[in-house]
Design a protein around this ligand. Structure first.
Ligand SMILES: [Zn+2]
Ligand SMILES: [Zn+2]
Length: 383
């Protein structure tokens, strides 16, 4: 499923101010909040507008989004909106705008600890970074305990109500201030806000709710990824202790050097060595590209350092619109050793050629001689 543009989601222009974003988000969040809207896709829509709002009101994230779109936010399949998998984050955001909610939302408010983020590195070949790839990474992490499903009690046993908070998970203290009376609500630290106490801890995880596992994970690398980028895979970090939301996995991308290609943003650079006579007489040569070899025409009189562009043979743009080019840099190579016969022929040949003088080379002079008007004609005529 392709993601909708964040600006479209919020129905604002690309130049929307924070106030405009806020006002639009307020309207949409009110409309789609799952406590209010019972349509089946309301929650999805609510998440979508919230995600868009969170990114666009964060200066750095917005800049990244404007430049790279969704790809700039995260890697393939990753949800850029951290903390959303937990209901905690859900109601927090709502609270921020509309003040306290009651009923269902209030109960979901109990904070559970989020699992730690994990980091790993993935080494790609040059071609894998160009075309994208699906690769396995192995991470050692805490995962939800399979025996107790993360609820920490030995299966078949019951938890007991926390006596300290009477099972509510919260400690309420009424306070008086010059603004009037208000209730200060904090999470119960006996039961850590859960309202229940484990009586018989699970044997597998000793009541932790999570166990250490080494797990292979498939990571999808989008075509055109650059070295030193990081991909976030939401929810693939450590499982949170006591059934908390999992952290994220961050995959750093390292790209191996290629034997002949170099990359400059979305262009691929290739040095093509040519002999003096190939450059002088012209030739057709086969050059490698990431799509396989192509035939390239070397024009007679080609100069060292000239570049030939192979359109659309570069690296795909992360956004999926087209590709960069391959730039073939001509390098005229002078032979270091000659046979007797070659030396004789070359000496013969040299007698027919004028020497180059300091200043402009003969090729540059030819270029100048074409004259101002004919160059304008050239520029207008071709390309
Ligand atoms: Zn367990
Ligand atoms: Zn308690």
């Amino acid at each position: 499923m392709s993601k909708r543009d964040y600006y479209d989601v919020l129905g604002v222009s690309k130049t929307a101010t924070d106030d405009e974003l806020k006002s639009s988000y307020r309207k949409l969040a009110k409309k789609y909040h799952p406590d209010v809207n019972k349509e089946p896709d309301a929650e999805e829509k609510f998440k979508e507008v919230t995600e868009a709002y969170n990114v666009l009101t964060d200066k750095q994230k917005r800049a990244a989004y404007d430049r790279f779109g969704h790809a700039g936010m995260s890697g393939a399949g990753a949800n850029p909106f951290e903390g959303f998998s937990g209901m905690g984050g859900f109601s927090d955001i709502f609270e921020q705008f509309f003040g306290g909610m009651n009923g269902a939302t209030q109960q979901q408010q109990r904070r559970v600890q989020k699992g730690a983020d994990l980091k790993t590195t993935l080494v790609l070949t040059f071609e894998e970074a160009v075309f994208g790839v699906e690769k396995e990474v192995t991470v050692s992490r805490y995962d939800t305990c399979g025996r107790c499903k993360g609820n920490r009690s030995e299966p078949g046993t019951e938890t007991a109500k926390c006596e300290y908070c009477k099972g509510s998970g919260e400690i309420r203290r009424t306070q008086n201030s010059i603004f009037g009376q208000f209730v200060n609500v904090t999470s119960c630290d006996r039961c850590r806000g859960e309202g229940r106490i484990v009586v018989t801890p699970c044997k597998e995880c000793r009541g932790e709710g999570r166990v250490r596992v080494t797990k292979p994970l498939m990571v999808k690398i989008p075509a055109g990824i650059d070295a030193n980028r990081q991909i976030r895979i939401t929810g693939e970090g450590e499982a949170g202790p006591r059934g908390g939301v999992p952290g994220n996995l961050y995959v750093s991308i390292v790209v191996k050097e290629h034997a002949v290609f170099q990359r400059r943003e979305n262009d691929i650079l290739l040095d093509l060595p040519l002999t003096y006579w190939q450059a002088a007489l012209g030739d057709r040569v086969e050059v490698p590209t990431v799509d396989g070899p192509v035939e390239l025409e070397i024009k007679p009189g080609s100069q060292n350092g000239e570049t030939i562009k192979l359109r659309e043979k570069g690296v795909p743009f992360l956004q999926g619109n087209g590709r960069g080019d391959q730039l073939v840099n001509l390098k005229v190579v002078v032979p270091k050793k000659l046979t007797e016969e070659q030396r004789r022929l070359l000496t013969e040949l040299s007698k027919t050629m004028p020497r180059e003088k300091i200043g402009k080379t003969s090729a540059e002079k030819d270029h100048d001689d074409k004259g101002f008007f004919s160059r304008i004609k050239d520029a207008l005529g071709s390309n």
